[in-house]
Design a protein around this ligand. Structure first.
Ligand code: 8YV
Length: 311
């Protein structure tokens, strides 16, 4: 008999085909039908597949007594209560490394798009304005002071890309790394010496609201912020206020506090570039993530060491 699995997120058709072949895949019905579904199926569910942005509610996991593994199709595990999983003896896996380059690419894309006003100039041409007017001059993206919040896998990949930009690179984080970039233990101190502050650190209870009003004030009215990590890392209300009042120069954001909802004030601002949490959203990377997620599941059910365990 195929193991029973609860799937909480969409995956590529190629990944889905293997999931469907290997497991008896269930989807969680909406609340009106959920209680009945749980009564009929919860006891048999041995694995959960979920996205990094979704995780699993601790209360749902607690209703799955046979649960042995939560396989995340993503790198972030901030939406999963790891101590609760450990207490329940549930393993958790994620998909690190395979998405690093895509997410780092997006950070650079957002930065250049923001400073060179890509959305506005694209609009300018498509609206037929080119023969009539020149768009406003943009700001240079190279030769700046780049500050990276969090020099993990993705932060390092961003730094590598930025070495081609001819500016200076500094970083903040809990500890100094063996790198040539300048280290600032304090995020506000990093912001104070940055023209572009790029948020690339993992979200957790400890880093919630890490980028607060004081950090934004330190970044200042010429400074731009880029976030490809998690919305919870930035105090979004403070960010919106700073942008609306011109206390920072602009923002390039792929992630938000309450996705897929974006603060309405951001939608009207010209100095903001927004993307819908697409850091890892390429065919190649989603395929690689799917394969790693499947390999972790297979290892779990074969009683083999997990490839990329979180706990
Ligand atoms: C995706 C992500 O949103 O990896 C992560 O943590 O946030 C993204 O890659 C998602 O996990 C895809 O399922």
């Amino acid at each position: 008999m195929r193991p029973q699995l609860l799937q909480l997120c969409a995956v590529l058709p190629s990944t889905q085909a293997i999931l469907d072949d290997t497991y008896e895949v269930h989807r969680l019905p909406e609340p009106p039908l959920r209680a009945a579904w749980l009564q009929d199926h919860a006891a048999a569910i041995r694995a959960v597949v979920t996205g990094g942005h979704l995780g699993i509610e601790t209360s749902l996991a607690a209703q799955l007594p046979a649960l042995g593994i939560v396989a995340i199709n993503g790198v972030g595990y901030d939406r999963i209560d790891l101590p609760a999983m450990q207490r329940a003896g549930v393993r958790v896996t994620n998909t690190p490394d395979v998405l690093t380059d895509d997410v780092a690419d997006l950070a650079i894309l957002l930065m250049i798009s923001l400073l060179r006003q890509l959305p506005a100039v694209d609009r300018h041409v498509k609206d037929g304005q080119w023969p009539h007017a020149q768009p406003a001059l943009a700001r240079r993206a190279s030769g700046l002071r780049y500050g990276i919040v969090g020099l993990g896998r993705i932060g390092r990949a961003i730094a590598t890309r930025l070495t081609g930009f001819g500016g200076t690179i500094a970083y903040s984080g809990p500890s100094r790394k063996d790198v040539v970039y300048d280290y600032y233990p304090d995020v506000a101190a990093l912001a104070a010496v940055s023209d572009v502050l790029i948020v690339a650190t993992a979200a957790s209870a400890a880093t919630k609201g890490l980028i607060d009003a004081a950090v934004l004030a330190a970044l200042g009215s010429r400074g731009a912020i880029i976030n490809i990590a998690r919305g919870s890392l930035i105090d979004e209300a403070a960010l919106v206020a700073a942008l609306v009042e011109g206390r920072i120069a602009g923002a390039g954001l792929d992630v938000f506090e309450n996705e897929p909802h974006v603060p309405p004030a951001l939608l009207a601002l010209p100095n903001v570039v927004l993307t819908p949490h697409i850091g890892s959203a390429t065919v190649e990377t989603r395929d690689a993530m799917g394969r790693l997620m499947l390999d972790n599941l297979a290892a779990f059910f074969a009683d083999q060491p997990l490839l990329t365990p979180v706990v």
